[in-house]
Design a protein around this ligand. Structure first.
Ligand code: HEC
Length: 147
């Protein structure tokens, strides 16, 4: 290997190491796993109450919720659309309507469905995107997750 080649391979290795350590520190990659920083005698933190176990259906619903609803809805507060915690309960006696709404709320609004129009107006005419591809099973899963 000539001196020039050696010089370049050493430079390449150094650059690689620099990039690695930059990634390590700036993105807080925890590898190899490092113990948390802190005093030698950290105050004990009360253990968080165990999260309730989700059923398989609720877990599937959570995924669908994040993928299809989460951009506009949170469980507990208004974002673009209203909070959805307990939404299945709210419409327990109007499930068919709720499924239609979730699949295409604007269709109901355009048809002049009074409940749909009232909701649409209540939220300032914000448009909820249609979800025509969600199956009954998908919507059941979402509602199992929201309650
Ligand atoms: C692009 C934003 C957006 C997305 C995505 C969205 N929504 Fe909505 N949603 C809204 C808005 C805005 C309203 C309020 C009514 C209106 O303006 O049409 C609403 C209202 C609702 C309501 C009526 C709430 C009530 O209090 O009666 C339900 C139920 C609902 N959405 C379910 C869902 C579900 C389930 C999904 C995912 C499959 C979803 N939405 C995805 C924006 C969205």
């Amino acid at each position: 290997m000539t001196f020039k080649e050696q010089f370049f391979s050493i430079t390449a290795i150094l650059a690689f190491l620099a990039i690695l350590s930059f990634a390590y520190f700036s993105f807080q990659i925890n590898w190899p796993p490092m113990p948390a920083l802190g005093g030698s005698n950290p105050t004990p933190v009360a253990a968080a109450p165990p999260a309730p176990e989700l059923t398989a259906q609720q877990k599937a619903g959570e995924k669908l919720f994040k993928a299809y609803c989460g951009a506009c809805h949170k469980m507990d507060r208004l974002v673009v659309g209203p909070p959805l915690a307990g939404i299945g309960q709210k419409y327990a006696s109007e499930k068919a309507w709720l499924f239609d709404w979730i699949r295409d709320s604007q269709k109901l609004v355009k048809e002049g469905d009074s409940k749909a129009v009232a909701l649409f107006e209540e939220y300032g005419g914000a448009i909820m995107l249609a979800n025509p591809n969600l199956t009954d099973e998908d919507i059941e899963a979402i509602l199992a997750f929201t309650g």
